[in-house]
Ligand binder design. Structure first.
Ligand SMILES: [Zn+2]
Length: 705
C-alpha cells in the first residue's frame, strides 16, 4: 500500500454528536438485553488475541521476501489456510491469473563524469540477521524494460505543477532521465507525468528530508531510512488486473491489451546515497528554492552535465501472467447468513514486509482465531464474517479488486462492511477512519479494548494521543484509495473502516521492513498487533450481531454537509456565480432529517424485546441500500470502475482524497454545464439514499419521515 492513506488524513475535528435517546449502556442497533449480551461477547473476544501467537504468525509470514507471483506466496497462502483450518474455519482459496511482469534485473551507472556503476542492492546491516537475504530487484512494479543513456534532469517531486515550473524555466525532460524525489503524490502519477513529458526513464529516490536522517536516526541506529535503503512500489495507476478492467481474471476470462495503462519507460527506485552520486554534479538551471531537499549540497535542475545509464530487464515477453491467491476463512452467520462482514489485509510484500503487510495479515488471523474459538464454544455470530488475505495488493490492489469483481453480486446485496488492516504496527500512535456511517462503531468498540501502552481503554489512549478537547472526537480519515478497501468502497459502495498504529519509519517497501526492525522499533512486544486485532474482533461482532445494523446516517449527513463550503468556493474560484450547492444542501438536509427520524424509530423499536426477524430483515435490507444509492453504475466520467460519488483518490495525486468527485472533477475540467448536471445528479442520489432510510423506518413500523 501507500504510506499515507486514510489513517492520517486531516479532516476537521467533529464535535461529538448529540447522543441518541438510548437507555444507559444500550448499544445502537441492540435491545437493552442484547446490548448486555453483546458487551459480554466482545469482552470475551478481546481477551483472545495474544502477543505470542501474533509473534509466531509474524515470523512465519514475514521472515523472507514474498512478492506476488512467486513460490514464496504459495507458502504464505498455505500457512494462513493451515492455521484457519486448524481453528475450525471452512476455508477457500481463489486463484486469479493476472498481468504481473516481474523485473529480472536492474543496473544503473553514472556515465559522466567519473564513470561508476551504482550498487543498488540493500546491503546486510549489523544486528539484523534478516537483512542480506534474497531481494526483489530495485525496480518499480510495472516498470517497462529498457536500456537508456541520457543526461539527468531533477524534477522535484515530479508532480504536474513541477513540470509546469520546468516549462517556465525553459527546461524539458524530453529524451532525458528524470530524477524525482518520493513524496506528495503516488509514485504511479510521477511515472505517468514523466512519460507524458517525454522522459526516457525515471529514477525515484527517497530524499532524507522525506523519511531519512532529516527526520531521525537511521536504521539500524533508529527507525528511519538509511542512505542505502530503497522504496520499491508499483507505478500502475489502475486498481486490479489491467487486462480485465471491471471483471475477474478467472480462467478463460476475456482480456484487453493493458498497453494504454502501463508505463512504457523504465522506472527505478534508488537510495539517497545513490541519488547524491547523481544529483551532486548536476548544474544548469538553478532550482526554485522549495525544490531543495535534504542532501548536503545545492540542488540543480540540469539538464546534465551528469549523464546516467538505466537498464531494466523483465519477464514481460516470456511470462507476463502469474497466478495469485486470495485466502478466505468463513464463519457462517446463524440468523442472517447472506449479510457479510469482510475483514482483510494483503499478504504480499516487496521484502519480508513485516509491517507492510504481515502486520495486517497477523491482525486478520488473530481476529479469526478469536471468533473461531467463540464459535467452537457455541457462540456463533448472527451474520457471516469472512477473514481474507489478499495477494498482489502491492501491484495495484490486484487480489482484492479481482475478488470484488468476482463476487460483486453477492457483495452488493449483502456486504455490510469491509474492515481493512494494512500496516497496523509501525509505531505507538493509533489512527482510524473510514465511512462516516461506521465511525461511531469504531469509536464505541475502542472503548471495549484495553490500551496497549497505558491504563484505560484504547478509546482513552486515542483521545489522549489526538489531544482533543472535552466533547470532541479525534480526526478520522475518509476513504480515498491506496489499499484493499478500494474495491469494496469505490467500486461497490460498501462502507469501510480501517485502523492501526503508526509512527516514524523509513523502512517502507524496503528490505529492512523485517522482524529485526519490528522488534526494535515498530512493535517490540507485538502489543499493537494484538490491540488492532482486539479492536477488529469487537467491531466485527458489533456489526455481526446487531438487530438493526448500527450505521450512523446522522453523522454521515452531518459530515456531508461539512463539505459543501469547499464546493461553493470551488465554484467561486471559477467565477461561476450562478452555480451553488443549494439543491445538494437541501438533499443532504432531507437525508439528515430522515436519519434522525429513523434513529428515533429504531431506538423505540428496540426499547424492549427485538422485533420479529422478518421485520429486521426488511429493515436491514433497506439500510444496505443507503450508501449503494450514492454510487452510480456508469461510474465517474473517464474512470468507470470508480462508482462511489462520495470519496475517491484524486486522479492527479493518488495520496489526496477527493470529496464529491463527480462534481469536483467537472470543476477541474472547467466544464460549467457538466458541473451543474453533476450537482443535480448527486442531489438526486442523496434523495435515493433518503428514500432507502425511509423504507428502513417504515419496515420498522415507523412513519417513515
Ligand atoms: Zn500495504
Amino acid at each position: 500500500m501507500r504510506p499515507r492513506h486514510l489513517l492520517v488524513a486531516a479532516l476537521a475535528s467533529l464535535p461529538c454528536l448529540s447522543a441518541a435517546p438510548l437507555a444507559a449502556q444500550q448499544l445502537p442497533g441492540y435491545t437493552p438485553k442484547g446490548s448486555a449480551a453483546e458487551r459480554a461477547l466482545e469482552a470475551d473476544a478481546v481477551t483472545r488475541p495474544d502477543t505470542a501467537d501474533a509473534r509466531k504468525h509474524s515470523l512465519a509470514l514475514g521472515s523472507t521476501v514474498h512478492v506476488a507471483g512467486t513460490p514464496a506466496q504459495a507458502r504464505t497462502r498455505d500457512y494462513v489456510i493451515g492455521r484457519m483450518k486448524a481453528w475450525g474455519l471452512p476455508t477457500e482459496v481463489r486463484t486469479y491469473s493476472v498481468f504481473l511482469p516481474h523485473a529480472t534485473g536492474v543496473r544503473v551507472w553514472r556515465v559522466r563524469p567519473d564513470p561508476e556503476e551504482l550498487s543498488l542492492r540493500e546491503p546486510a546491516v549489523p544486528g539484523d540477521s534478516f537483512s542480506g537475504g534474497d531481494q526483489y530487484p530495485t525496480v518499480n512494479g510495472s516498470s517497462a524494460a529498457g536500456d537508456v543513456t541520457a543526461p539527468l534532469v531533477y524534477v522535484n517531486y515530479g508532480l504536474i505543477e513541477d513540470y509546469a515550473r520546468l516549462d517556465s524555466l525553459g527546461v524539458s525532460v524530453e529524451g532525458k532521465i528524470a530524477v524525482a524525489r518520493y513524496g506528495r503524490s503516488f509514485r504511479g502519477i510521477k511515472a505517468r507525468e514523466a512519460e507524458k513529458h517525454g522522459a526516457a526513464a525515471l529514477l525515484l529516490y527517497s530524499d532524507p528530508e522525506d523519511d531519512g536522517y532529516v527526520r531521525g536516526d537511521v536504521y539500524p541506529e533508529g527507525p528511519m531510512r538509511p542512505s542505502f535503503g530503497v522504496q520499491r512500489g508499483s507505478v500502475e495507476n489502475v486498481d486490479g488486473d489491467p487486462t480485465t478492467p471491471g471483471w475477474p481474471s478467472t480462467e478463460g476470462a476475456e482480456r484487453v491489451d493493458p498497453d494504454s495503462v502501463i508505463p512504457h519507460i523504465p522506472v527505478v527506485p534508488i537510495s539517497y546515497g545513490n541519488a547524491s552520486k547523481l544529483l551532486e554534479g548536476l548544474r544548469g538551471t538553478d532550482i526554485p528554492q522549495a525544490w531543495q531537499g535534504g542532501l548536503p549540497f545545492r540542488y540543480h535542475v540540469g539538464p546534465g552535465p551528469v549523464v546516467a545509464r538505466v537498464q531494466v530487464t523483465t519477464d514481460a515477453d516470456t511470462k507476463p501472467f502469474k497466478d495469485i491467491w486470495d485466502t478466505f476463512g468463513t464463519v457462517r452467520g446463524s440468523e442472517f447468513p447472506d449479510q457479510v462482514i469482510v475483514i482483510g489485509g494483503h499478504r504480499d510484500a516487496w521484502g519480508p514486509g513485516t509491517d507492510d503487510n504481515v502486520s495486517g495479515s497477523v491482525s486478520v488471523m488473530e481476529i479469526a482465531r478469536a471468533i473461531a474459538e467463540q464459535v467452537k464454544a457455541g457462540k456463533r455470530p448472527k451474520r457471516t464474517i469472512v477473514f481474507a488475505t489478499w495477494d498482489a495488493e502491492e501491484w495495484g490492489l490486484v487480489g482484492s479488486s479481482e475478488y470484488v469483481e468476482d463476487d460483486s453480486l453477492r457483495l452488493k446485496k449483502g456486504g455490510v462492511a469491509y474492515l481493512n488492516q494494512d500496516m497496523i504496527a509501525s509505531g505507538p500512535r493509533f489512527g482510524g477512519g473510514g465511512s462516516p456511517s461506521l465511525r461511531a462503531v469504531l469509536r464505541s468498540a475502542a472503548e471495549e479494548v484495553p490500551a496497549p501502552d497505558t491504563a484505560g481503554s484504547l478509546w482513552d489512549a486515542w483521545r489522549a494521543q489526538a489531544d482533543v478537547a472535552e466533547g470532541e472526537n479525534p480526526d478520522m480519515g475518509a476513504p480515498g484509495g491506496g489499499s484493499d478497501y478500494a474495491g469494496f468502497y469505490n467500486h461497490l459502495g460498501i462502507p469501510i473502516l480501517e485502523w492501526g498504529f503508526g509512527g516514524a519509519q523509513g523502512i517502507y517497501h524496503s528490505a529492512y521492513d523485517d522482524p529485526a526492525w519490528m522488534r526494535r522499533f515498530g512493535d517490540p512486544g507485538y502489543r499493537h498487533h494484538v490491540a488492532a486485532a482486539r479492536l477488529g474482533a469487537a467491531v466485527a461482532l458489533r456489526l455481526a450481531n446487531a438487530d438493526v445494523l448500527p450505521y450512523d446516517y446522522v453523522e454521515y449527513a452531518e459530515t456531508m454537509r461539512g463539505y459543501l463550503p469547499s464546493i461553493d468556493s470551488a465554484f467561486a474560484k471559477r467565477g461561476w456565480d450562478d452555480l451553488d450547492t443549494g439543491t445538494l444542501s437541501a438533499a443532504i438536509g432531507r437525508m439528515e432529517d430522515q436519519a434522525r427520524s429513523f434513529e428515533a424509530a429504531r431506538n423505540a423499536a428496540l426499547a424492549g424485546s427485538a422485533p420479529p426477524k422478518a421485520t429486521l430483515e426488511r429493515t436491514n435490507a433497506a439500510l444496505l441500500r443507503v450508501e449503494r444509492a450514492l454510487t452510480r453504475p456508469e461510474g465517474l466520467v473517464g474512470r468507470s470502475w470508480f462508482r462511489n460519488l462520495i470519496y475517491v483518490a484524486d486522479e492527479d495525486n493518488g495520496y489526496a482524497t477527493m470529496i464529491f468527485p463527480s462534481v469536483k472533477e467537472a470543476v477541474r475540467a472547467d466544464a460549467r454545464e457538466r458541473t451543474a448536471g453533476e450537482v443535480s445528479d448527486l442531489a438526486g442520489r442523496f434523495d435515493d439514499a433518503t428514500a432507502a432510510l425511509r423504507d428502513a423506518e417504515q419496515a420498522l413500523g415507523g412513519a417513515g419521515g
